[in-house]
Design a protein around this ligand. Structure first.
Ligand code: DUT
Ligand code: MG
Length: 596
């Protein structure tokens, strides 16, 4: 289920960020100190120009000073230029530090997230939409990077500039300084009000972005359905709406600041006015020298600009807050299905005995159980066929074996060991699964078949293709096993894809092979061939085969007939025929016989 309420995390967002800066924290602190230094250095220019004005331009002995002490004049000029140059170098290096640290954090967190996502269980994948996950590892993470590279830097810049200027002002003329600084608390109050208004906007904005990305992702990967139903216009309109929605929300977010902006701007603009009025009075009264006035007015921006910048910073801070919430949700997510603490290693091959004992199952987001009290045992090397009408729970049942889901009741054992006690990797390595909806990777056919075990050579790949009756059509392709199949197996027929997926399941030489309707799209003749090869595999293997055709189930050692999540009938072909129940009726239907 979608998590709508705000999740609590073990760490605050900033503490989390700091944790992920591990390894670059030292250099980052150097960067932050650099920011302070280059901002304090901003004071040098007005300081020296003030001095020059007082000593050489407007002071009582200005002319005299220039004649007798021109050395000092040049020294002051050189100091001004020198500090400016030094400042440029520091800014340059500082930018590099921020960029380096932010990219390192981005890289680390992105890898970590990808790792988390890869290791999640099925429930996670049915909870989160792909477009939303993609947004988290791209857009949201970029907001986190931006926090490290820009927002924090701007906070330090603003505060150090403001602080340094304030101290400098107080040092030159505290009365004048207080007249200017008394206005600043209002700005903080306005920014606080702004924060409360803009925070929910950023959360909304982020949802809209994810929504838009989801539409795009679903439509691109499912474009065939769109085409089939000629719904391009409809989908384009749908996307256009999402896009517009996003743009509108973006605009609305921008507008929030516009409501507060005039007040902040007025206060910032008030500064030079106060400066002129109060400074003028102080000047006339002789409480302020011309040089000090120049220094003040040359630095008034260092008080006003941080105030202006505050809105921007707060805006970006809220963007970070909304985005990091999403990133941290994945960062701290734990798959519910994982290795038990007391899980035992089982590196050896399984014998392949499978036992279901009173197994019931319900999907987390489902209203009703889909499996009830399932009991059956499969001996090593046996073939079990599972039948039943669509939606009766066949796929759900076999998904419990590799622990894609956990039974709500009962126990499943392999070779007598409860599967919950096995390490997931050991368990799954032993299972070859051909899922109902086939997904192939954009890779060569060889690469797809060898997906589960990349150490096997081409000869073996060809052997498994032969088992799955795929070798004929593969060798007819111009590039044979080197043919690249497109995303999701574009370029292959449904039956061809199924056979490659079967070869892929076989290629891990599993001790348990599970086929979920894997031959539904192949013709009867080919299916017969496949059934034959499955009996002649050159490794021991227990097989669980979901199938609808009697031709497949007939030869099974055991047939389970599922109905509404219950095992209705179980036995061999002959036993079930004798029962004259569901299976009997099905055989009659499929063979067209009146009586059997
Ligand atoms: N179901 C869910 N969530 C899922 C998958 C399935 O609620 O993620 C429900 C749908 C259905 C029931 O579980 O009512 C059993 O589904 P299953 O896929 O196990 O049915 P099946 O026997 O494999 O049907 P089919 O022959 O169509 O593959
Ligand atoms: Mg199914």
């Amino acid at each position: 289920m979608k998590q709508t309420k705000t999740q609590q995390f073990p760490k605050t967002k900033l503490a989390w960020l700091w944790e992920n800066m591990q390894g670059t924290r030292g250099i980052y602190i150097v960067g932050m100190l650099g920011t302070i230094v280059y901002n304090v250095l901003q004071l040098t220019v007005p300081y020296y120009s003030g001095k020059i004005v007082d000593i050489f331009l407007t002071g009582e002995n200005a002319r005299e000073n220039m004649r007798t002490n021109s050395d000092l004049f040049y020294k002051l000029l050189i100091a001004m230029v020198g500090f400016t140059f030094l400042r440029t170098i520091i800014v340059y290096l500082d930018c590099m530090i921020y960029e380096h640290v932010s990219q390192t954090v981005l890289y680390r967190v992105r890898n970590y997230l990808y790792n988390k996502i890869e290791r999640q269980d099925m429930t996670f994948y049915s909870t989160y939409r792909t477009g939303d996950l993609m947004t988290r590892v791209t857009g949201d993470l970029d907001a986190v990077r931006h926090m490290v590279a820009w927002v924090i830097r701007m906070v330090i810049e603003s505060f150090s500039l403001f602080g340094a200027a304030a101290i400098f002002f107080l040092y030159i003329n505290w009365k004048m300084a207080l007249c200017l600084l008394v206005i600043s608390p209002f700005v903080f109050w306005i920014i606080y009000l702004f924060k409360n208004k803009v925070a929910p906007m950023h959360a909304l904005l982020r949802e809209k972005l994810a929504q838009m990305n989801t539409y795009a992702q679903e439509n691109i990967s499912g474009n065939r359905v769109v085409k089939a139903f000629a719904r391009e216009d409809y989908e384009i309109q749908k996307f256009d709406k999402a896009n517009k929605d996003y743009a509108e929300t973006n605009k609305a977010t921008g507008m929030v600041w516009l409501k507060f902006y005039p007040y902040v701007e007025s206060i910032a603009n008030l500064m030079p006015v106060v400066m002129l009025a109060v400074g003028g009075v102080f000047l006339i009264r002789g409480q302020l020298t011309m040089g000090e006035y120049v220094a003040f007015s040359g630095l008034i921006w260092a008080i006003a600009n941080p105030m202006r910048q505050m809105g921007n910073i707060m805006n970006e801070f809220q963007r970070f807050s909304a985005a990091s919430q999403k990133v941290m949700e994945i960062y701290y997510s734990e798959p519910k299905i994982k290795d038990a603490k007391d899980a035992v290693a089982h590196p050896e091959r399984f014998e392949g005995k499978i036992e279901f004992e009173d197994v019931s199952f319900q999907y987390e987001d489902g209203d009703l159980p889909v499996l009830h009290d399932i009991n059956f045992t499969v001996e090593p090397n046996e073939i079990v066929a599972i039948m039943g009408e669509t939606g009766c729970g066949k796929t759900s049942l076999i998904h419990l074996i590799p622990r894609f889901y956990e039974p709500t009741k009962g126990q499943i054992r392999i070779d007598g060991i409860p599967i919950g006690k096995l390490k997931l990797a050991d368990l799954r390595k032993n299972i070859g699964l051909a899922t109902q909806d086939v997904l192939l990777y954009s890779d060569t056919i060889e690469g797809n078949i060898a997906y589960g075990d990349s150490t096997i050579n081409l000869d073996e790949v060809m052997k498994f293709a032969k088992y799955s009756a795929a070798s004929d059509f593969i060798s007819k392709m111009p590039e044979g096993y080197d043919t690249i199949v497109g995303e999701r197996g574009v370029g292959l027929s449904g039956g061809q894809k199924q056979r490659i997926s079967l070869a892929r399941a076989l290629a891990v030489k599993p001790s348990i092979l599970i086929l979920d309707d894997t031959t539904s799209a192949v013709d009867m003749e080919t299916e017969k061939q496949i059934q034959q090869s499955l009996r002649e595999l050159d490794f021991p293997c227990t097989k669980i085969i979901i199938a609808q055709r009697i031709s497949t189930t007939k030869a099974a050692d055991k047939i389970l007939v599922l109905q509404d999540g219950y095992i209705r009938e179980a036995g061999t072909h002959e036993e079930l025929l004798a029962k004259k129940g569901y299976y009997y009726e099905l055989v009659k239907l499929q063979t067209g016989a009146e009586e059997l």
